[in-house]
Every structure is written in structure tokens, then in C-alpha cells.
Design a protein around this ligand. Structure first.
Ligand code: CMC
Length: 394
């Protein structure tokens, strides 16, 4: 009997030097540094540098990255035009997927040999920084378009998180809010072989290009079992409405065997190591906006759900209400995750290229036994191929 590892649960498929998730000690290390330390001390750009290069930047290295990032913050006209072709009801994750696809097609135009599509590590690092630079403008463009607002131009006197807020709201960002966004960007940046990163690695393993890998990763992240959970958390909190409704709502939801979004994790079973840091950022925002009702609802649902199921919150649980308090559209929450995870995805794409093996697992067939189309007469050549013992399909 073949030992099927459904969902690849518990399967190690490769090495990575980018991050280490340790559910036993409830820790997450980026290139050896605990993520909590990074969130408390670093600007997001320094963490991006760390993920790409393996060490924290010197002042000069950080300044150089910032200069390049700030120089590429604007949106190319063809990207705006492509987004504008989409209906305003399109999900912003579809806008971002389209935008990255357009950037990729533009930047790789002229490559006429598919063997050159994959690019060198140096080219891919440059592509990564340019995508990183463009994403806040893409996210903000979508939210402003849905609200009927003109886009605002990026500001090169602001860091990544502050510029993201400026582009979205067109107002001088408050330092408390910038700090919360910066922390969320760092916490979302990287998480080993999660579904979207693994997707990016699968695409890269075929020697396809970085943009195709990122587009595929965006598709994987959209799902509510993965990044879409931060949006889904808000739908649930809105459905409950008030802390007083938590118990009857939960009775009914669990009676219907609904999944409660923002809880549970494939790897962490005793709590997500990123949650306390993001919860502290949420608490800062709750105090800043004077919204104790948000804390009451959040904590009541957590208490009730954990006591009944023993399943703990994941990062999306505090991130959803934090982004909501700041004023992002609920549909913009997962795109914010993209603006962060682009760093981890691209670090993994470059790592996969550096020691590539085509990712192609096996499946155990459980369909009908061999059968034949009535009236078909096999020719000798087809029979010769069918008789070969090895699997012949790609
Ligand atoms: N609500 C209710 N029941 C749950 C939940 C939940 N959030 N999470 C797990 N369970 C139950 C599940 O129903 C199953 O019960 P049973 O054994 O009785 O059928 C058991 O716990 C195991 O769950 P599973 O879904 O088989 O476990 P998994 O390791 O495949 O799931 C998960 C991990 C994240 C898909 C799941 O916990 C889930 O669906 N959570 C809700 C969505 C969510 O918050 N996703 C974000 C994940 S973390 C951050 C990120 O990637 O963005």
C-alpha cells in the first residue's frame, strides 16, 4: 500500500537557509534572527535585504537598497492601463496578479529563447527589488480606484510602510500606524515552505521566470486557507458584530462545522509565534483609535474558540482587525500580505534556482481500470509506446 502524504503534511521536500519554523519552541527565525526581534528593531527594507542576502545590511547597504526601491515606486502606464481594463468589482488579488503579469511580460519582452527565461541570480535580485518597489503602488491604486479617487504619486522621503500608507490614503501617515504596518510587513514576509512559497518554487523548478512564479504564488495566497484568511477574519468579525453575540454565533458555526478563519495552522499546533507581536501592534492601534469594542470582540472570540477547540489564532487573526482599524478596504488585506511576502517568495525563487531539481511528485492512481474506446484499433507504434514500462507522461 502506497503511503500517501495528503497535502504533503509532515513531508520535508528540500533544504532552505531562509527561515526556520520551530513549532516545538514556537519560534520563527529569518536567516537565524527571531522574527520578534526583527519586528521590534528593523525597518522592513532591512528585513527584505536580510531575506535576499542572508545578513542584515550595513548603513551603506541599506541606503543603496532604499535608493533603488524609491527609484522604482512609480506605476508604469501599461500597468495602470491593464488594471483599468478590469471591472471595479474585480478582487484586488486579481488586479495584483494581472499587474505582476504585465510587469513580467514587459520586463522579459525580447527574450526569444525560453532557455533564457529563468534569468541569472543577479537579474532576479534586481527584478525582485523592482517588484517589491512597485507593489505598494499597485495595492494603493486598486483601493483608490474602487473608491473613485485619483492615484497619488509616491514620496521618496518616506520609508516603505509610510509610503504605502501615503499612496493609499493620500494623507501624512501617523507614526503609530506606520509602526504597526512595518511590524505586520516583517511578520508576513517569510514562512518557509508555505503553500504560496512552495507554489513559487514549483514554477521556478521548471526553469520558468520569476514573474510567472510570483503570479502563481499570488493565486495560491488568495485562498482563505492561506493568505485570504486575513480578509475572511473580517467577514467573520463583521458577521458576529458584537462581543455579546460570540457564544450563540460560535454555537451555530461549530454546529455547522464551519472553519473559523484566523485560527489553526498546519505547522504550529500550540500557537503561532507571530501572533503576540501582531496582537501588540493591534493593541497599539486600538488605543490610538480608541476602539475598546474591537479588543472585546477579538478577545471574546479567541477565548471561546480556544476553550472549545484547543486551536489557537494565527497571524491573520490580529492582522485583519489591525488593517481594518487603519482604514484599508477589507478586500485589500491579502494584497498587503503580497506587498510583504514578495520578499520571501523572491528569496525562495533565487534559492530554488541555485540548487534546482524539477519538483514533480508521484500520484497513486485510483481511477477506472484500463479500458478501450469501442471500435479503436491500435496501431503498432502506439502499442510500442504503451508497452514501455516507465511512466512516459510529463
Ligand atoms: N476552525 C474550525 N476547525 C478547525 C480550524 C478552524 N479554523 N482549523 C482546524 N480545524 C479542525 C479541522 O476541522 C479538523 O478537525 P477534524 O479532525 O475534526 O476534521 C482539525 O482541526 C484539523 O484541521 P485541518 O484543516 O485538517 O488541519 P490542517 O493542518 O490541514 O489545517 C488550516 C490548517 C490553516 C488549513 C486550518 O487550521 C484552517 O482551515 N484554518 C482556517 C483558515 C486560516 O486561518 N488560514 C490561515 C493559515 S495561517 C496564515 C497563512 O497562511 O496565511
Amino acid at each position: 500500500m502506497t503511503d500517501i502524504k495528503k497535502g504533503l503534511a509532515g513531508v520535508y521536500v528540500d533544504y532552505t537557509a531562509i527561515s526556520k519554523v520551530n513549532p516545538e519552541t514556537n519560534s520563527l527565525l529569518y536567516r537565524g534572527y527571531p522574527v520578534q526581534e526583527l519586528a521590534a528593531t528593523q525597518p522592513f527594507e532591512a528585513v527584505a535585504y536580510l531575506l535576499w542576502h542572508g545578513g542584515l545590511p550595513t548603513d551603506d547597504e541599506l541606503a543603496a537598497l532604499r535608493a533603488t526601491e524609491r527609484a522604482h515606486r512609480g506605476l508604469a502606464p501599461e500597468v495602470k492601463a491593464a488594471i483599468d481594463l478590469l471591472p471595479t468589482g474585480a478582487h484586488p488579488m486579481d488586479e495584483i496578479r494581472t499587474a505582476v503579469s504585465v510587469i513580467g511580460a514587459t520586463e522579459t519582452a525580447g527574450i526569444t529563447n525560453v532557455l533564457d527565461a529563468v534569468g541569472t541570480p543577479a537579474e532576479n535580485l534586481e527584478r525582485s527589488v523592482r517588484l517589491f518597489a512597485a507593489l505598494p503602488a499597485i495595492v494603493a491604486y486598486g483601493q483608490r480606484r474602487r473608491r473613485g479617487l485619483d492615484p497619488v504619486e509616491p514620496r521618496d522621503d518616506l520609508d516603505y510602510s509610510a509610503n504605502l500608507l501615503w499612496l493609499t490614503f493620500g494623507e501624512e501617515p501617523d507614526p503609530v500606524v506606520v509602526d504597526a504596518v512595518n511590524r505586520s510587513m516583517i511578520l508576513y514576509a517569510e514562512h518557509s515552505f508555505n503553500a504560496s512559497t512552495f507554489t513559487a518554487r514549483v514554477v521556478t523548478s521548471t526553469l520558468s521566470d520569476l514573474y510567472s512564479a510570483v503570479v502563481a504564488a499570488i493565486g495560491a495566497l488568495k485562498g482563505p486557507l492561506h493568505g485570504g484568511a486575513n480578509e475572511a477574519v473580517l467577514h467573520i468579525l463583521n458577521e458576529i458584530g458584537d462581543a455579546a453575540n460570540v457564544v450563540p454565533w460560535l454555537d451555530e458555526a461549530l454546529g455547522q462545522k464551519r472553519k473559523i478563519m484566523g485560527f489553526g495552522h498546519r505547522v504550529y499546533k500550540r500557537g503561532d509565534s507571530r501572533v503576540p507581536t501582531m496582537k501588540a501592534a493591534l493593541d497599539m492601534l486600538i488605543a490610538h483609535y480608541d476602539r475598546p469594542d474591537v479588543a472585546e470582540l477579538y478577545e471574546t472570540l479567541e477565548r471561546e474558540f480556544v476553550s472549545r477547540k484547543g486551536i489557537y489564532p494565527n497571524l491573520d487573526y490580529p492582522s485583519g482587525p489591525a488593517y481594518n482599524l487603519i482604514g484599508f478596504d477589507v478586500l485589500t488585506f491579502t494584497p498587503l500580505f503580497v506587498a510583504s511576502r514578495i520578499t520571501g517568495w523572491t528569496a525562495h525563487i533565487i534559492e530554488q534556482q541555485s540548487a534546482n531539481a524539477l519538483i514533480r511528485p508521484l500520484s497513486e492512481y485510483n481511477g477506472p481500470d484500463e479500458r478501450h474506446v469501442p471500435g479503436y484499433v491500435a496501431d503498432a507504434a502506439a502499442l510500442a509506446v504503451a508497452d514501455r514500462p516507465e511512466e512516459s507522461a510529463g
